[in-house]
Design a protein around this ligand. Structure first.
Ligand code: 2HG
Ligand code: ZN
Length: 482
């Protein structure tokens, strides 16, 4: 659960011209010190905030502000709006597209200290918590009451719940519990004028208005700062089981997915894919061993969440036997202990680390209809003709591929070709250029791909309503600078 420091090299450019924003002066700093306390206005040793967690996406900033409440956040933003000071909002800084990294000299507003209120209503399973709570900490608190956070991701030890909402995080159990849209009931957001907006509420059902709280999901800090979240949480499963299958063709992986849906039904919680190249990469760069003898073209990691261990084990074993009996899988193993289960998950969750160790890396996070999911990997391999190594892993059950390409050194030609090729391919096959990582600065140049002009214009209008001076997170997903 520790945030990992990798040497991922990003393909983002820092070539966006600085907007017409004010520069921070000493009287601004005095205002901030008065508003939130001297200790929480940082001007030195702020590299942890000005770079993303990989330390490859770097920006600069004069200062980091750490408010501890919605009210303090509001007073900062109100002041910045009046003075036209640009602000970038940052949670746990675990994003993968540079959305929380400043570009020129934006002030950094970190939500890490906004973590005073945590209130669970056990009868309804509705939780209200401040934005700065770390996902794993919130989950551990819920465990004491038999509940669980419905979302789970590799960065859980560092990412904050407000950031998860703003990033529209997906993760490894979306297949079972649904996206954040299924859970978020309400939130408090401070808009770009400093107004405190109380959106939605604590009710599971409320059809009295537009579902405005949902605008916060995936908004990347561009509409406001999420300071408090109200969401439905789920009963903690009494039994969690995992199994892996080795498979020799992609079409068999899809047949196995259908089999899993019908045989495991409501207990199916994860259906993850690791392709053969990725597994070889994991084995060669990390001290981890494949759970199968020999190598295969595809591996599936399947997890169940249920309430009766014997029942679930019987179902899972039957499913594995059936996949083998129908010759859809060539080998299969179920984890027999917590250690074995953890080992299976390390193979999948550390795939990005292995790929990053493989060389200069080009990362993609795309959604595709299942019939095209793996063709993108194959066609990227064909296109590169050995100029790079292509890895695919991801959340197959959600149609979310993490395509990663690595080369020995930086390849300018490839850099120019690769993103347009992948993104155009994805959009022309009915996919999305960002499944769960967002747009941030990494995908900014491609953000209108697949979007209608009318949708883009609506989004700009909304930005104008929430943030009329465009001070929040400039140069990114919804940019008014160009
Ligand atoms: C995952 O599913 C994360 O492991 C990261 O979304 C994916 O970095 C990646 O390629
Ligand atoms: Zn992922």
């Amino acid at each position: 659960y520790i945030k990992m420091r990798l040497s991922i090299i990003r393909t983002a450019t820092n070539s966006f011209a600085r907007g017409n924003y004010a520069r921070i002066s000493s009287s601004d700093l005095s205002f901030f010190e008065k508003a939130i306390g001297k200790d929480y206005v940082k001007t030195k040793e702020i590299e942890n905030y000005t770079s993303d967690w990989t330390r490859q996406m770097k920006g600069s900033s004069e200062c980091v502000l750490l408010p501890s409440s919605t009210e303090e956040t509001s007073s900062i933003i109100k002041y910045c709006a009046e003075k036209r000071i640009a602000v970038v909002v940052q949670g746990g800084n675990t994003g993968l597209v540079g959305g929380a990294t400043p570009i020129h000299d934006e002030l950094i507003l970190s939500t890490g200290r906004i973590k005073n209120n945590f209130h669970l209503e056990p009868s309804s399973g509705v939780l209200t918590l401040d934005a700065g709570f770390i996902l794993a900490d919130a989950d551990n608190r819920l465990a004491e009451h038999g509940f669980m956070m419905p979302l789970d991701l590799g960065a859980k030890g560092s990412c904050q719940i407000g950031g998860c909402i703003a990033a529209g995080a997906g993760g490894i159990r979306l297949l079972r519990y649904g996206s954040l849209h299924s859970h978020l009931l309400g939130c408090t957001m401070v808009d770009g004028k400093g107004t405190i907006l109380n959106l939605g509420g604590r009710l599971r059902k409320d059809n009295t208005s537009l579902h405005t709280a949902h605008l916060a999901i995936g908004s990347e800090g561009q509409l406001g700062v999420v300071t408090s979240v109200t969401m439905g949480v789920v009963p903690r499963p009494l039994s969690i089981l995992s199994a892996m299958l080795a498979v020799s063709s992609y079409s068999d992986c899809i047949r196995i997915l259908s089999l899993a849906r019908s045989k495991l039904g409501e207990i199916l919680s994860s259906f993850e894919l690791i392709d053969g190249e990725t597994m070889k990469c994991v084995e060669s760069h990390l001290p981890l061993k494949n759970v199968f003898q020999g190598s295969h073209d595809f591996y599936l990691l399947i997890e169940t969440h249920g309430s009766n261990g014997d029942h679930d084990a019987e179902k899972l074993n039957q499913f594995v036997e059936e996949a083998l009996g129908m010759e859809l899988a060539v080998d299969g193993v179920a984890a027999n202990s917590e250690n074995e289960r953890a080992h299976m998950w390390r193979l999948r969750e550390e795939s990005p680390i292995a790929a990053a160790k493989d060389g200069y890396i080009y990362k993609f996070d795309v959604s595709l209809p299942l019939e095209h999911f793996y063709r993108l990997t194959e066609e990227t391999r064909d296109k590169l003709k050995g100029r790079g190594r292509v890895y695919c892993y991801g959340h197959l059950g959600d149609g979310n591929s993490h395509l990663n390409v690595t080369t020995d050194g930086e390849d300018e030609e490839l850099k120019k070709e690769l993103s347009p090729f992948v993104y155009n391919w994805v959009v022309s096959h009915g996919g999305s250029i960002s499944a769960e990582h967002g747009i941030g600065q990494l995908k900014r140049d491609y953000r209108s791909l697949g979007k209608s002009a009318s949708e883009s214009s609506l989004i700009r209008s909304l930005k104008g309503v929430f943030d009329p001076h465009s001070i929040l997170c400039p140069y990114k997903m919804i940019s008014t600078q160009d």
